[in-house]
Design a protein around this ligand. Structure first.
Ligand SMILES: Nc1ncnc2c1ncn2[C@@H]1O[C@H](COP(=O)(O)OP(=O)(O)O)[C@@H](O)[C@H]1O
Ligand SMILES: [Mg+2]
Length: 467
């Protein structure tokens, strides 16, 4: 994948000339433009299109207002993707909070410490880069993922290819994966892409229906077949005639019923309970489970012959934590979707939310992400969703380690890992993302004991498994 080289342009807006010079020197390795906190700054902004703006808000009044706030608002209005770092006097905490609420990417309290400020600024660049990367990939996704399925990881892309290939066939497909990974979503996509798209898609969750009812639910019954069978009733299989039936949580189906299912799989006919004539059906069958079917077979809880019939094609959906890059993209997608649904103005994720999302293990996969975003959209105060709105811990803000040396180390290590993840282990790309040379990157890998090849392998493994 080609990529235009980063400009990494920083606009410093500071009225104190001496300090402006000092700041310019700190960021000598970047493309720096300087200006004063005035209307003129907007002219510079338009001309230079900086990625990050370091803006001195000036002294706060009693109402936590400051001369630079209005300028910040205008900057974000003109170029909302710009990362503004609000610089304040050392005691202006409320002003800083206000600035973040208004859309600042981060804040920094004076006095200036070159090391710390450098971390803050570089982090802002990194977030901007990740966001751009995500937007860019998202634009491409139109042709890569399937409609309604968000994902840029290699795993998701090859999954979507597999679905496209298998959809037009009549093969029985088994979708394996943890809860909340999107198995049902994929089953629906498969149906939509098949020649049966105009027929029904009927989903049955075998775990949600009591064993005693599952049979009549699936097969239907004739009048008088059992007490309470007051009229002939069609089952879900019959209702899916001409379309696709999705048997979710197939691992939970009782063994006795599996015998009946086998007949459907072999002969494509059913008999209603209490009925004698076989009814031929034109069915596509798709099954899903989060259970280990091999183990169930070994334990005598799943029929091997049924397993072979349902797994003509097997598709494995990797857990969200193994899909490099998908987390943030999904978070942004879901954020927008949910905000729209609830009519909320929430627009973006705070830097700590981005860190937290990437560090979390997502045991509940996409469903968990969906729920957390929903909660956050409701809870968030301003337009920005923070880690705590998501109910997540910011992994970078463990108070035990808050001394400068360790904070620096940690920020550096995190930056390297993140870049490797985005670059999927590609070192030239990662060094580009980090704005360092390749030898510097090698030094960093050694210093932090990071194995870059792992980042490439994770994607490759997921790829193999799903094909
Ligand atoms: N790749 C994805 N893109 C967009 N939404 C997704 C994706 N994967 C899952 N979801 C959403 O997450 C939720 C859980 O997905 P679902 O298909 O029900 O998972 P499973 O059947 O594996 O438990 C659904 O609301 C689904 O729309
Ligand atoms: Mg499900």
């Amino acid at each position: 994948m080609s990529r235009t080289p980063r400009r990494r342009k920083l606009l410093i807006l500071e009225n104190d000339r001496a300090l402006r010079k000092e700041l310019e020197a700190i960021f000598a390795d970047l493309d720096v433009v300087c200006g004063e906190v005035s209307e003129q700054a907007l002219v510079v902004l338009r001309r230079e299109e900086p990625d990050v703006v370091l803006l001195d808000l000036g002294p706060a009044d009693e109402k936590s207002n400051a001369p630079g706030l209005e300028l910040m608002r205008q900057i974000l209005n003109l170029a909302p993707e710009t990362k503004v770092i609000a610089m304040t006097e050392h005691d202006a905490r409320e002003l800083a909070v206000r600035a973040v609420g208004l859309g600042a990417a981060d804040f920094y309290h004076k006095p200036v410490d070159a090391g710390v400020l450098s971390i803050v600024v570089r982090r802002a660049f990194r977030i901007r880069e990740l966001e751009e990367e995500n937007w860019r990939l998202r634009e491409q996704t139109g042709s890569m993922a399937l409609e309604g399925i968000v994902g840029v990881s290699d795993a998701m892309r090859s999954l979507c290819r597999a679905i496209e290939k298998v959809a037009p066939t009549n093969a029985t497909v088994l979708i394996l994966g943890e809860s909340g990974t999107g198995k049902e979503l994929l089953a629906r996509a498969l149906h939509r892409l098949s020649g049966r798209a105009h027929g029904p898609f009927v989903a049955i969750n075998c775990a949600a229906i009591p064993d005693t009812l599952l049979e009549s639910e699936l097969f239907g019954y004739e009048k008088g077949a059992f007490t309470g069978a007051t009229k002939r009733t069609q089952g879900k299989l019959e209702l899916a005639d001409g379309g696709t039936v999705f048997l979710d949580e197939i691992g939970e189906m009782p063994v006795s019923l599996q015998a009946k299912l086998l007949r459907v799989l072999q002969e494509r006919t059913i008999e209603r309970i209490g009925g004698r004539t076989p009814i031929p059906l034109d069915l596509r069958i798709v099954c899903a489970t989060n259970r280990d079917l091999d183990a169930l077979i070994a334990a005598g809880q799943f029929r091997e012959d049924v397993f072979y019939r349902i797994s003509e094609v097997t598709i494995r959906v990797p857990p969200l934590r193994e899909r490099q890059g998908d987390c943030l993209l999904l978070a942004q997608f879901l954020l927008q979707q949910t905000a729209e649904r609830f009519g909320r103005p929430t627009r973006s994720l705070s830097p700590d939310a981005i860190r937290a999302i990437q560090a979390h293990r997502w045991p509940g996969n996409v469903r968990e992400l969906e729920n957390r975003i929903k909660g956050a959209v409701i809870m968030a105060e301003g337009t920005v969703v923070t880690a705590s709105d998501l109910g997540l811990q910011d992994p970078g803000e463990d108070p035990e380690y808050l001394n400068l040396r360790v904070a620096r180390q940690r920020a550096e290590m995190q930056a390297v890992r993140q870049a490797l993840a985005v670059a999927r282990g590609n070192l030239s790309r990662a060094s580009e993302l980090l704005g360092v040379t390749r030898p510097t990157l090698y030094d960093l890998l050694e210093k932090h004991g990071i194995d870059a090849s792992q980042f490439g392998r994770a994607a490759a493994t997921a790829n193999e498994q799903s094909s």
